[in-house]
Design a protein around this ligand. Sequence first.
Ligand code: G4P
Length: 530
Amino acid sequence: MGLPDIKTEAARRRTFAIISHPDAGKTTLTEKFLLYGGALTAGAGAVKARQGRRAATSDWMEMEQQRGISITSAALQFQYRDCIINLLDTPGHRDFSEDTYRVLAAADAAVMVLDAGKGIEQQTLKLFEVCREREIPFLTWINKWDRPGKGALELLDEIEQTLIVEPTPVTWPVGLAGEFKGIIDRPSGNYVRFERTARGSTIAPEEIVPAEQALIDEGDVWTAAQEEVELLDMLDRTVDQKTFLACESTPVFFGSAMTNFGIRALLDGVVDLVPAPSPKPLADGRRRAVDSDFSGLVFKVQAGMDKSHRDRIAFVRVCSGQFERGMLAVAGGTGRQFSTKYAQTLFGQDRETVDTAFPGDILGLVNANDVRVGDAIYAGEAAEFPPLPAFAPEHFMVARVRDTSKFKQFRKGIAQLDEEGAVQVLRDPDIGDQAPVLAAVGQLQFEVAVNRLENEFGAPVELTGTRYSIARKTDSASSPKLRAMQGVDVLQRANGMHLALFESKYWMDRVLSDHPELTLERLVAEGGLG
Ligand code: G4P
């Protein structure tokens, strides 16, 4: 066997994230992908997940299990057909939307999950906006077709009207929501009928039924589906790769993650439609070819994922070249070299050591202490990626250690949380770390911070509220003037960024109109994604 060819390996990668409003079925769909990818032992995974419902494969932290939300973002890898699928998990809760944003920076596409009974919900819309802004093409999975919901045409209309994106169904349901029989696979015209399995714990048997037989077996339901498909043909609602890649159209799949109906068609869609990794733009505007020297983007840094290994993992999306465990790589942020001896990947539920990886793959680098979210790591020619946008925090609390003998631990803890991007840490240069302000997009981030400071770093803290409600980016020239004003404070992030905090938007607008000479820049998603 010859050496693997980087271009060929990259061409068989599909790297995507699932986005959805909480409860639409993202976790269930993830499990079913693993089931169909052979990465979950038939039955066992699903049954286990059902018993301890919230202990699904990609949930780690105790807190998230208790609350039933996914706080950590994980990446799972499995094979399907001749492709290697890298599935990035995104947190479902809106308080962690900044995290989702970073995860999407590592994805080549997304699967948007809609609950057939609810259509487009608030969080779906916001996540979709992130996709559009980053030009991430997305497939749409209309889930829960096994129970009563909206009509299929009505849902298409909702997608078109709300997202201003043209829905192009790849599959079409036979049977109204709640009476799901199977799907018409539009490209082949086949009617694929499914059979239920106990609790959807094994792959749903599929049967291709000829049209004449379908009419006999399904009667009116079949005729109705046929007519709708004809209508779609007439309207020319067929998948178009060009508009899909431009986020102007979305291929749509109907199904039920619970009963496994339609999962295979969706996975086929992922393989056939999601673009393989392509040359990534660099900060200087050039693009780095997939087969050039190794480079990767750090999109998440996470500590304490597993109580039995107190480690810190940097999740890296390979952008170019071949990664080999043990190779020396440079951390772009500091320019320092480090060894990549401890590289892991997640296959299904297990962490495994990874020896080689190709563009599109996700690596977990253990104890990569020098790296921060947004950094490039590389070997050979240097690489720097465009900066990830800074999110506008909307909640601000002062943190103080409750037991002053634990100040060292407290300091280390907040520095770590800041580097991970779990919360933003803002300091008054005159006060330093005694009483930093923690800034967050969502309140739950504070709970995670307090919990981790106490349990992971041994530093119990007390949070007290502040008067601030809105932040803008400013600079060292404007800071003294802003500081001298009432109702305004200027604090600094560890990277030197100055943030001006205001009590109210009203007050900020007044300062802006009275002092147009001051620098006050908007941050990403101000008042938007939360
Ligand atoms: P999330 O990660 O997007 O938050 O959603 P999750 O998969 O946890 O699913 C939310 C609920 O919806 C779960 O029910 C799940 O079983 C159910 N669900 C997911 N997919 C389907 C589907 O295709 N059809 C139907 N009918 N239900 C689906 P739960 O009551 O919270 O948990 P459980 O007791 O059913 O496990």
